[in-house]
Design a binder for this molecule. Structure first.
Ligand SMILES: [Zn+2]
Length: 293
């Protein structure tokens, strides 16, 4: 079955190179040295996976469709949230503007259908991935964020090859996953200290991890056996970048996590006088405590 993400498949394959252009040659050497290939599959159970026996990084197209919709919705929601903040609005409603309402609805519909393993027609044809959207449009920004998020996910899988990880289903696996996360974050954020590019890469990492967290919240998942918990990955991976506590990416993470939680009727009690980092950490602890309840 064809996928709405098809126009972006080449860009997805190029994304691990594009994200850190100074390291293109090094990446090519890693990929050649470990004979890593990339493969897309359309089975609903496939997210992102490294198959050690074949050295293949496999990505699921339904998973990528949801990630694109998540990127789109996260970026417009955060933009509208910032505008509301500037106006000093007392409340922010995702449904208040058409722009955020349709983006949010697209993400929820695709996420819920994917979890239910149902293939639905793309819910909003006017809001679908295209390879070359007009500059300065939401579709353009969404593509950039999506490709950065995807590049981090692919780098996580390539790290399994680089670090010679095998198939494991134990405590070791959690350690390997943390190592792969760290390696991916380091690669994606390498060779730049400039605030613009670093912010974009940090947003991509936040987006990938929020995307994974959205699945867990939707499925009421409170136990993790193969990977570290997603709320922990979100925080640890952002902290790995080494940004200051009031960096905007932490505000992004907090706002989006608060909205994901609100969808499930979970409120976050947060002291808004603390740093953005602490606000995000508190929201992550709220997710952790769901499991303890
Ligand atoms: Zn992994």
């Amino acid at each position: 079955m064809s996928s709405a993400i098809e126009p972006l498949l080449n860009a997805i394959a190029a994304s691990p190179f594009r994200v850190a252009p100074d390291a293109e040659e090094q990446l090519a050497a890693v990929i050649a040295g470990h004979r890593v290939t990339l493969e897309f599959g359309d089975e609903p159970t496939l997210f992102a996976k490294f198959v050690p026996s074949r050295a293949v990084v496999r990505l699921g197209t339904p998973f990528l469709e949801v990630l694109w919709a998540a990127s789109y919705s996260f970026i417009v929601i955060f933009d509208e949230y910032e505008q509301a903040n500037k106006r000093k609005d007392e409340y922010f409603h995702v449904g208040a503007s058409h722009r955020t309402a349709i983006a949010y609805s697209l993400h929820r519909q695709l996420l819920e259908a994917h979890i239910a393993k149902i293939r639905i027609p793309w819910p909003l044809p006017e809001l679908s991935p295209v390879r070359f959207p007009a500059p300065d449009t939401d579709g353009h920004v969404a593509n950039e964020l999506f490709l950065t998020a995807v590049s981090w996910l692919i780098h996580h899988e390539i790290a399994h090859a680089r670090l010679d990880h095998g198939e494991l289903e134990t405590v070791e696996s959690v350690l390997q996953e943390s190592d792969a996360d760290r390696a991916a974050t380091d690669w994606v954020c390498r060779d730049t200290t400039e605030s613009g590019p670093l912010f974009k890469r940090a947003l991509g990492i936040a987006c990938a991890n929020l995307h994974l967290l959205a699945y867990d919240l939707q499925q009421n998942r409170t136990r993790w056996t193969t990977h570290p918990p997603t709320y922990e990955r979100l925080l640890v991976n952002l902290d790995r970048i080494g940004l200051e506590d009031n960096h905007k990416v932490y505000a992004f993470g907090f706002v989006l996590l608060e909205i994901l939680l609100a969808h499930h009727g979970i409120g976050v009690t947060v002291d808004r006088t603390v740093s953005f980092h602490e606000m995000l950490a508190n929201a992550c602890f709220t997710v952790r405590d769901l499991g303890a309840a």
